[in-house]
Design a binder for this molecule. Structure first.
Ligand SMILES: [Zn+2]
Length: 480
C-alpha cells in the first residue's frame, strides 16, 4: 500500500514538476489564496515539453471596518513572489481585484509592466526566464523605499523630518518640512501635502517623489520655491497599511479617507495625529493649499473639484485655476479629466472647509494605474510619467500662488481704464514669451530684453478687457 502511495506521488511529481511556491511575507506584500486550476504538459515539438500551470489568485480583503460597517472591504492590492517558475508557462486569474495589466520584477526593485500579449484585464499568461518573479498590481512603493528616499532628501539643511505620532502597529508617521530657514515665516505661503491614505495607491508616492526630488534639488528654481513656501509633507499617512499590503484600510480596517468626522472611539490614531498637527500648524494662519494625493482605477488623472453650489463661486474658481494650471502643458492630464463633488465633513477637504470656510484650498488629486486620459492606445503609466506629473504639479502650485521664479515671472496688472499695465523692477537680458491666462497659458507676445532693465508692458484688450496675470517666461527654444 505504502509503495503504491510513493509510486503514485512520484508519478504526480514527475507530472507536475516542482510546484510553484507563492509567498508575500515582505514589505507591502499581499496575497489571499492560491488555487491550482489545471496543470498540463504541452509538447511544442517532439523533443521539447513545457509545463503549463494555471492558478486562481484570490487577493486578500482588508479587515472588517468598524467605523463604516456598510462598506465592503477592498482587495485591490496584490504583491507576491512566485518561485520555481523558470521554463514553466504560468496562467494567473485574479479574483477580488481588477488589474488591466499587472507588473512583474525578477529582483523586487525594477518592475516592468507585462506586455499586452501576456496580460489583460485580471489575467496573466507568461513563460518566465528566471526562477523567481514578483508580481504586483502596480509598482510597489514600500516602507524601505521611503526610508531610503527620506535619507536622501533630509541630507540638506532645508529639509527637516519629524514624527506626527505612531501608527497602531508602531510605525512613526513621518513628516518632512521643506523650506529655506533664512526667509521669515510670515513671507511664505504654506502648503500641506499628504499621500497614501489608501495603501494600494502607490502611483501617488511615485508622483510625490518626482515633486520632492524637484523641490529639494540644488537649482535656482528649487531654491526660489523654498524661499517662497513652507511645504509640510506626509508621504505615508497610513504606514501600517503600506507595510502590511492593505488595499484601502489601516491595520484596524478603518478607511482613513472617510474617517475625519467620526467619534473618537472610531477615529484611527493616524487621522488623529494628522488632525492634531494640522491644527497646531494653523493656529495663526490657515494653510494656503492642501493636496491629498491618491490613485484611482479610472484611467485618467483627476482632481476632485468642489462645485460652486457646495462651496462658493470664488473658491470654485480658485480650484479650477489650480486644476487648469496642472493640466497646462501636461501631456498626461487634461481639463476634461476632472471630477466634481461636494466637501463632505468625513473627508479632510470637508474638515478643512468647515474650519476655514475656503481660506484653505484643499483638493484630492488622483493618478491612474494603467493609462492616461482614458486612451489605452496612448502611453501607459510609467514611473517617469508619474514623477513628471509631480514636477508639473509643483510648477502649478507655484503659478497658483503667484510666485516669482527665475525665468518665470507671474505679474499682477494695474488697471488703467481700458488697459492693464504690468511692471517688473529688473528683468535680466534675454528673449521672453509673454502669456496671458485663459484657462491655460496662452502665448500673447514675445519680448526681447537687450540688457537687464525695468520691464513695462500694457495689454489694451483680449476678448474685451483683460485683468488677469501676465506670465513673463524666458524663451527656452524658438517658438516661431
Ligand atoms: Zn484613494
Amino acid at each position: 500500500m505504502n509503495v503504491f502511495i510513493i509510486l503514485f506521488s512520484l508519478a504526480t511529481l514527475l507530472q507536475e514538476g516542482e510546484l510553484v511556491r507563492f509567498s508575500a511575507n515582505f514589505d507591502s506584500g499581499s496575497l489571499g489564496e492560491i488555487k491550482l486550476i489545471d496543470s498540463v504538459w504541452v509538447r511544442p515539438s517532439r523533443t521539447d515539453s513545457v509545463l503549463h500551470l494555471s492558478y486562481e489568485v484570490i487577493s486578500r480583503l482588508d479587515p472588517y471596518n468598524p467605523a463604516n460597517p456598510d462598506l465592503p472591504p477592498s482587495g485591490r492590492w496584490f504583491y507576491f513572489l512566485m518561485e520555481n517558475v523558470k521554463g514553466k508557462h504560468i496562467y494567473l486569474n485574479f479574483k477580488n481585484t481588477d488589474p488591466k495589466r499587472a507588473v512583474y520584477s525578477y529582483d523586487g526593485i525594477n518592475f516592468e509592466r507585462f506586455p499586452h500579449y501576456q496580460a489583460s484585464m485580471r489575467k496573466v499568461s507568461a513563460l518566465f526566464g528566471q526562477d523567481s518573479v514578483y508580481i504586483a498590481y502596480f509598482i510597489p512603493y514600500g516602507w524601505e523605499r521611503l526610508q531610503e528616499r527620506l535619507t536622501h532628501w533630509t541630507a540638506t539643511e532645508h529639509v527637516t523630518m519629524d514624527t506626527l505620532g505612531t501608527s497602531m502597529l508602531g510605525f512613526p508617521i513621518q513628516m518632512l518640512t521643506i523650506t529655506d530657514p533664512g526667509v521669515p515665516k510670515e513671507d511664505k505661503n504654506t502648503v500641506w501635502l499628504h499621500a497614501r491614505v489608501h495603501p494600494s495607491e502607490s502611483p501617488a508616492n511615485w508622483q510625490l517623489e518626482g515633486l520632492l526630488d524637484r523641490l529639494t534639488e540644488d537649482s535656482a528654481v528649487a531654491r526660489e520655491y523654498r524661499r517662497k513656501g513652507i511645504f509640510y509633507v506626509v508621504p505615508f499617512t497610513n504606514p501600517d497599511g503600506v507595510y502590511g499590503g492593505y488595499s484601502r484600510s489601516n491595520a484596524r480596517g478603518i478607511n482613513q479617507e472617510i474617517n475625519w468626522d467620526h467619534p473618537d472611539s472610531l477615529t484611527s490614531v493616524e487621522v488623529e495625529a494628522l488632525r492634531r498637527r494640522m491644527e497646531d500648524l494653523t493656529q495663526e494662519h490657515p494653510f494656503d493649499l492642501v493636496l491629498n494625493m491618491h490613485a484611482q482605477s479610472d484611467d485618467k488623472a483627476s482632481y476632485y473639484i468642489h462645485t460652486e453650489e457646495s462651496t462658493s463661486p470664488e473658491y470654485h474658481k480658485r480650484a479650477m485655476r489650480l486644476a487648469y494650471l496642472t493640466t497646462d502643458e501636461n501631456p498626461y492630464f487634461f481639463p476634461e479629466d476632472m471630477f466634481y463633488s461636494s466637501p463632505a465633513p468625513r473627508y479632510v477637504e470637508g474638515w478643512l472647509w468647515n474650519r476655514t470656510q475656503g481660506s484653505t484650498l484643499a483638493l484630492t488629486i488622483e493618478m491612474p494605474y494603467f493609462f492616461y486620459n482614458e486612451k489605452p492606445e496612448n502611453e501607459w503609466v510609467t514611473l517617469e510619467s508619474l514623477k513628471e506629473n509631480g514636477t508639473i504639479l509643483l510648477r502649478a502650485v507655484s503659478d497658483y500662488l503667484g510666485w516669482d521664479i527665475p525665468g518665470r515671472h507671474i505679474l499682477k496688472g494695474t488697471e488703467r481704464r481700458n488697459k492693464t499695465v504690468y511692471r517688473y523692477p529688473l528683468l535680466p537680458a534675454g528673449a521672453y514669451n509673454l502669456y496671458i491666462w485663459d484657462n491655460a497659458w496662452v502665448l500673447y507676445d514675445t519680448y526681447i530684453k537687450d540688457r537687464p532693465a525695468g520691464f513695462r508692458y500694457v495689454i489694451r484688450s483680449y476678448n474685451g478687457r483683460y485683468r488677469g496675470p501676465l506670465r513673463v517666461s524666458i524663451r527656452l527654444h524658438n517658438t516661431k
